[in-house]
Design a protein around this ligand. Structure first.
Ligand SMILES: NC(=O)c1ccc[n+]([C@@H]2O[C@H](COP(=O)([O-])OP(=O)(O)OC[C@H]3O[C@@H](n4cnc5c(N)ncnc54)[C@H](OP(=O)(O)O)[C@@H]3O)[C@@H](O)[C@H]2O)c1
Length: 334
């Protein structure tokens, strides 16, 4: 343990990440000052927003060229001169894509949370079902979509980390849930294992007809993760006064000019459309985590992970989010 491998941003990607956009570098391990702790990064959360952070300013400034790539991770404290952390503590936060990170009391964002030991949960659950994705699905559904018994909910990127949980929350609330996902394996998983009522494989040529057949009473709620043509097809089938929770537009993140959905339909159908960001709900983390944890413990919520081994594989893993290479939560084991 003498050096720290880091993935640094070398060039802003065009389309998918190209080899060398993120470059592996070695830095000496920092010596700790008062108020700091050193943690070993064990798992990295792969999130579509990382591609946005590489390209441009958004709700956070773009990662600067030469900087360690920003990313969420799970880490274990090795050594501490920080009053709130001790050796052996497990934490989640913005670790960055590297082997070791420093937790610094001077960092006013307070970006690390200690993880309590919970017997039935794996460490990686705190990056997925009880991490950013679970919390996003929970507040997007409970605060914006507000599912009611008997309503039809359509979720896109439904076999992904966020969509799979949003759909199951719809089932828990008595909705008819239709998921849109790429390929038969994903469609089988969300219907047979997660209990979605129907799955639409958007890669099959007749997917729009399949969507119509699966939503005979129209659509009351759209939990939108993809945008573009998929969102357009869903919104076109929405019932009057339906709700759209805009979670993400992943189909646009690797394009220079993302497709836009015409907003005329929002007026015609009198839809309530609201975008949201999970960061606005982080002060209510315990509320969501407690409920998600209970649902998971009682078997009402299932999750799945795709694990890629090795820090050096993180650039390929980021691309998997845009080529559909993951089922459930995508994680890099460092
Ligand atoms: N608002 C927030 O605070 C917040 C927080 C977290 C995530 N999000 C958003 O939630 C969405 C899902 O994120 P996640 O982390 O849960 O990732 P994920 O769903 O686990 O992985 C991304 C999935 O998106 C699908 N996809 C990628 N490109 C697509 C395209 N062009 N057309 C259709 N499907 C495509 C792929 O599945 P297929 O094989 O099915 O294509 C892929 O597996 C993203 O839009 C993300 O930005 C928002």
């Amino acid at each position: 343990m003498s050096s720290n491998r880091q993935l640094r941003l070398h060039a802003r990607p065009k389309g998918l990440l190209a080899p060398g956009d993120l470059q592996l570098a070695e830095a000496p391990l920092p010596s700790l000052a008062d108020g700091q702790a050193l943690a070993r990064v064990k798992y990295l959360s792969m999130d579509p927003t990382m591609r946005v952070w590489m390209a441009r300013d958004s709700y956070l400034p773009a990662v600067a060229i030469g900087e360690v790539m920003r990313g969420f991770g799970f880490a274990e404290v090795l050594e501490s001169r920080h009053k709130d952390f001790k050796k052996g503590d497990k934490v989640v936060g913005l670790t960055g894509l590297q082997d070791y990170c420093v937790i610094d009391a001077a960092d006013k964002r307070g970006s690390f949370q200690k993880i309590p030991p919970v017997p039935f949960l794996s460490d990686t659950a705190f990056l997925g079902v009880l991490g950013v994705n679970g919390i996003t699905a929970y507040f997007g559904m409970m605060e914006i979509a507000k599912p009611q018994k008997g309503e039809t909910l359509v979720v896109s990127a439904a076999a992904g980390a966020t969509g799979s949980i949003a759909g199951q929350i719809g089932k828990i609330h008595g909705c008819r849930v239709v998921g849109i996902a790429g390929g038969p394996e994903k469609c089988k998983w969300i219907t047979e294992d997660l209990g979605f009522d129907a799955a639409i494989d958007y890669k099959s040529p007749d997917w729009k007809e399949q969507l119509a057949a699966a939503t005979p009473k129209g659509i009351d709620i759209n939990f939108e993760n993809v945008g573009g043509e998929i969102m357009h097809a869903v919104v076109s089938r929405m019932n009057l006064f339906g709700r759209v929770a805009l979670c993400g537009f992943i189909s646009g993140y690797v394009k220079e000019e993302p497709e836009l959905v015409s907003l005329g339909i929002v007026i015609v159908k009198r839809l309530r459309v609201q975008g949201f960001l999970v960061i606005d709900y982080m002060n209510r983390y315990m509320e969501a985590a407690t409920q998600l944890g209970k649902w998971k413990m009682f078997g009402k919520l299932k999750d799945r992970e795709t694990i890629v081994e090795g820090l050096e594989k993180a650039p390929d893993a980021i691309n998997m989010l845009f080529t559909g290479g993951n089922i459930g939560k995508l994680i890099v084991k460092v």
